[in-house]
Design a protein around this ligand. Sequence first.
Ligand code: KQY
Length: 370
Amino acid sequence: MSFMTMTLRSTPLADGFRMPGEFEPHRGCWMLWPERTDNWRDEARPAQRAFAAVARAIGRFEPVTVGASAAAYAGARAVLDASIRVVELTSDDAWMRDVGPTCVLDRRGEVRGVDWRFNAWGGFNGGLYAPWDRDEQVAGKVLEVERFARYRAPMVCEGGAIHSDGAGTLLVTEQCLLNPNRNPRLGRKRIESLLLAYTGARKIVWLGDGVFGDETDGHVDNLACFAAPGVVLLAGCDDPRDPQYRISADAYARLMDERDARGERFRVHRLPMPGPLRSTAREAAGVRKNVDAKRRRAGERLAASYVNFYIANGGVVMPLLDRKTDAAALAVLRKAFPHRKVVGVAAREILLGGGNIHCITQQIPRGAAA
Ligand code: KQY
């Protein structure tokens, strides 16, 4: 028996594999440990406490594994609950959604992983840091630990740029996936056919822009996601003076006009928009400057969204972002997920790093036991 992850030359679609919905059963969840002091303030300590709280909340529902570098391992082990598995795994930052594998599943329950090309959300054309070579290796390493075969996709993509309903539909944004800083040599048609080939989906539903100010160039996982096939949660905005208003209205209109892969219309639950939230002078001052990483400036609007939650087995772990809107968001999520326990985790420290709970997690589908 070989323990080396096999890299397959075919595609998930050709082999009868599909990307399941996040709401389908999980084997567990992977995360990474934050330590970049040029992205996480105050030596990354507040972010580490927030990540540990997310791991603890998800750990109530399913097994969690956290990858930490050799240098950070002992600290991570000390802060994370004993029930969380910590493995040595070096990365450039801590966004497992984007650098981890996108898992696909076949009818017999075999799980395999798609390893997208990663360029730190835009490479040298607006990307967030350089280098990113250690991030590039994360998906392959996770697949090796999980003993899953790997598909190496010939395009730049991040896990946060795609949502699947598990029934043939993929939700994406034009702002991100057609951005020239991802796949400048590929046109819309080729991008569509590669996305379908590597997720096993049959139809792509294109939204326009992502959340206002989202430094990922508008990842869909901050704007909209599936609660079930045909059921979408969307970041809403009620203030016509807010630049988010047009973005949310456009996404809603597109969803109303569209059908999913089964030919069904979408039912859309709108989540409230927190804030608008901005970073404070104290928060920005706690981040070390580095010419090779995006600068964090005081007063910048944060791309805050309640859509950036994680669906676990029997649970939903949502970001708490704004006392004025948290309860209303919780109520929407409870209604959309009547059979799951919705748990909130204080998430401002994650938001300050440019993402949220969905961005720092990656589920592994349960599949059938190997
Ligand atoms: O949206 C995500 N999936 C990740 C956010 C990454 C932000 C990097 N600073």
